[in-house]
Design a protein around this ligand. Structure first.
Ligand code: T4K
Length: 421
């Protein structure tokens, strides 16, 4: 246990974790079973193009989220594009800036204009009143994001969509297995998109799905994901290759089998993180919104710099140097990222909540690969850091911000120089 600030790895001490742990570390609970599934696919000779694994995966996901249709896609970014095309969206689509950049890029890549609205400070999801302020005669849709698995305020967004004749889509990439007031995510709006990227709760290495209860929309999405081909020689639409392949679907099926165990680990870890952060003034866990059942895939906390004594980026750097690879998703926000920051039409209104969250929010690792002891030892370190924040600021300035990074850190996080206070 570290008891003095000079023992912190940032200032030359020994990192507490030689082998780092990551936010989004992929989970493979039963490698033998997965290898068996992958081997079966290879031996079958059916590698892609609507094979049995993809069909089984689609059925399993549809049954799990209780949606009428599930269309498997090679990744969620492409899935968002296929949905937008299937709806013939034009002009502007209102989307939160506080999301992974793919939510915006998916639209930009197919010639739509992402227009950024602000989010609710408690849930971090799209704020309907902010959305209203962004609607113009060019707006064709709203793309809400169930960020951290927090379901958007679907009722309010549906009203705005209806009143303005807009389509409503949800980026549910963080929300597989989540529900809101008893209804599974996957059934909201016109369509929802899940990601099964390797870093997600349930994963297929790379992958995504579209879920919808709209038969016509589902049929068009299916067509668009496979070149728009409808028969041996007939082409009905300008489609793309967005197919998921069989190995991916097999991995997804394996991951689905493991879901109960992963969920239990996530819930257990969240409770341990909550206990450790409790009482650390200036650092608080973001609560799961009322009415939500969460997959607890993200453990999200917020730092109050005035109370804690350090900026979020300083804390992130200090923890990363210890081998605890925390993240600061989604700084700096899409509206402050290229190419959107250069073009005013993307950000017609101020986004004060987004600007605040992108400076203050951080995520801790979780999943079955993270154990109680690691979280508890991190808690001890967080208390040491908070109790010695002033001394740390002085040390930080003494080394001119040139703190030590963990040898295995690929990120070399942005170091901010702070005035000694
Ligand atoms: N919408 C939202 C709201 C999203 O969050 C995302 C994706 C999308 C849309 C698009 O979905 P996809 O098109 O990807 O299906 C990661 C993921 O790459 C990305 O999928 C995810 N969101 C985002 C939130 O997180 P990075 O840049 O943080 O990934 P990376 O490479 O830093 O991985 C995280 C950590 O996990 C690394 O530190 C190392 C570890 N890792 C990662 C991979 C991939 C491993 O140990 N092994 C691995 O194979 O974006």
């Amino acid at each position: 246990m570290k008891t003095m600030t000079q023992q912190l790895a940032a200032f030359g001490g020994v990192p507490f974790l030689e082998r780092p742990i990551h936010v989004g570390q992929p989970t493979i609970l039963n490698p033998e079973r997965l290898l068996q599934r992958l081997g079966d696919v290879l031996r079958s000779g059916h590698l892609t193009n609507h094979g049995p694994q993809v069909r089984e995966f689609e059925e399993a996901v549809a049954a799990f989220v209780q949606a009428r249709h599930c269309i498997a896609i090679c990744n969620a970014t492409t899935a968002l594009q296929i949905v937008a095309r299937a709806m013939d969206l034009t002009g502007e689509v209102i989307v939160p800036s506080f999301t992974f950049i793919a939510s915006a890029h998916a639209l930009e890549w197919i010639g739509l204009t992402p227009v950024f609205a602000d989010v609710n400070p408690e849930t971090h999801t799209l704020d309907a009143s902010s959305v209203k302020r962004c609607v113009t005669d060019k707006t064709s849709a709203i793309l809400g994001v169930h960020v951290w698995g927090h379901a958007c305020d679907v009722a309010e967004l549906s009203v705005v969509a209806r009143q303005n004749s807009l389509r409503l889509i949800f980026d549910a990439c963080h929300a597989f297995g989540c529900s809101s007031f008893g209804q599974h995510v996957g059934n909201f709006g016109d369509a929802e998109v899940f990601s099964f990227h390797a870093t997600k709760f349930v994963h297929s290495f790379e992958g995504g799905v579209i879920t919808t209860n709209n038969d016509e929309l589902a049929a068009r999405c299916r067509r668009l994901r496979a070149f728009g081909i409808t028969g041996l020689t007939e082409v009905a639409d300008a489609g793309i290759n967005g197919k998921m392949h069989e190995l991916s679907a097999a991995a997804g099926l394996h991951s689905l089998e493991c879901l109960p165990e992963i969920l239990l680990a996530n819930i257990r870890n969240r409770e341990i993180w909550a206990a450790e952060l409790n009482g650390i003034s200036g650092l608080s866990l973001i609560p799961i919104p009322v009415g939500n059942d969460s997959n607890c895939q993200y453990v999200v906390a917020k730092i109050d710099e005035q109370v804690f004594g350090l900026h979020r980026d300083q804390l992130v750097s200090i923890l990363r140097s210890e081998g605890l690879f925390v993240r600061s998703y989604f700084a700096p926000g899409c509206h402050r990222s290229e190419p959107y920051s250069r073009v005013a039409r993307h950000t017609p209104i101020p986004l004060p909540v987004t600007d605040q969250l992108t400076e203050t929010v951080l995520q801790f690792p979780t999943g079955p690969g993270v154990d109680r002891e690691t979280i508890q030892r991190t808690g001890e370190m967080l208390r040491l850091i908070r109790d010695h924040a002033e001394e740390i600021r002085h040390r930080w300035n003494a080394v001119d911000g040139a703190i030590q990074f963990h040898p295995k850190d690929p990120a070399r996080p942005t170091v901010r120089l702070r005035e000694a206070g």
